[in-house]
Design a protein around this ligand. Structure first.
Ligand SMILES: [Zn+2]
Length: 67
Protein backbone atom coordinates (compact mmCIF):
# COMPACT_ATOMS: atom_id res chain seq x y z
CA UNK A 1 0.00 0.00 0.00
CA UNK A 2 1.22 3.43 -0.84
CA UNK A 3 0.93 6.31 1.56
CA UNK A 4 0.95 9.57 -0.26
CA UNK A 5 0.07 13.07 0.70
CA UNK A 6 -0.01 16.58 -0.63
CA UNK A 7 3.44 17.76 -1.60
CA UNK A 8 4.80 14.34 -2.46
CA UNK A 9 6.60 13.81 -5.74
CA UNK A 10 5.40 10.62 -7.38
CA UNK A 11 6.27 8.66 -10.45
CA UNK A 12 3.47 7.42 -12.67
CA UNK A 13 3.46 4.39 -14.94
CA UNK A 14 2.40 6.51 -17.88
CA UNK A 15 4.71 9.17 -19.17
CA UNK A 16 3.15 12.53 -19.84
CA UNK A 17 3.13 13.63 -23.49
CA UNK A 18 5.66 16.30 -22.51
CA UNK A 19 8.12 13.57 -21.56
CA UNK A 20 7.96 14.01 -17.82
CA UNK A 21 6.95 11.24 -15.47
CA UNK A 22 7.27 12.97 -12.12
CA UNK A 23 4.20 14.55 -10.58
CA UNK A 24 3.55 16.60 -7.50
CA UNK A 25 0.43 15.82 -5.50
CA UNK A 26 -1.58 18.98 -5.04
CA UNK A 27 -4.75 17.66 -3.52
CA UNK A 28 -6.04 14.35 -2.24
CA UNK A 29 -9.60 13.21 -1.70
CA UNK A 30 -12.11 11.44 -3.92
CA UNK A 31 -10.06 12.81 -6.77
CA UNK A 32 -6.32 13.27 -6.77
CA UNK A 33 -4.96 16.42 -8.29
CA UNK A 34 -1.43 16.12 -9.58
CA UNK A 35 0.86 18.53 -11.35
CA UNK A 36 3.42 17.51 -13.93
CA UNK A 37 6.75 18.76 -12.60
CA UNK A 38 8.04 19.15 -16.15
CA UNK A 39 5.35 21.15 -17.93
CA UNK A 40 3.34 22.24 -14.84
CA UNK A 41 0.11 20.96 -16.30
CA UNK A 42 -2.46 19.86 -13.73
CA UNK A 43 -4.43 16.63 -13.94
CA UNK A 44 -7.37 15.46 -11.92
CA UNK A 45 -7.63 11.69 -11.49
CA UNK A 46 -10.18 9.60 -9.63
CA UNK A 47 -8.43 7.97 -6.67
CA UNK A 48 -8.65 4.35 -7.97
CA UNK A 49 -7.19 5.39 -11.27
CA UNK A 50 -4.42 7.35 -9.57
CA UNK A 51 -3.49 4.44 -7.32
CA UNK A 52 -3.46 2.10 -10.28
CA UNK A 53 -1.08 4.25 -12.26
CA UNK A 54 1.12 5.20 -9.31
CA UNK A 55 4.51 3.60 -9.71
CA UNK A 56 6.59 4.99 -6.89
CA UNK A 57 6.78 7.77 -4.38
CA UNK A 58 9.98 9.60 -5.14
CA UNK A 59 9.96 12.23 -2.46
CA UNK A 60 7.92 12.37 0.71
CA UNK A 61 6.70 15.64 2.07
CA UNK A 62 7.55 15.45 5.75
CA UNK A 63 5.89 18.62 6.91
CA UNK A 64 2.88 17.67 8.98
CA UNK A 65 -0.23 19.07 7.42
CA UNK A 66 -2.10 21.15 9.93
CA UNK A 67 -3.68 24.19 8.48
ZN1 LIG B 1 3.96 17.25 -18.55
Amino acid sequence: MNRYQVGDIVKMKKTHPCGGDLWEIMRTGVDIRIKCTTCKRVLLLPRPKFEKSLKAIIEQNNTSSCQ
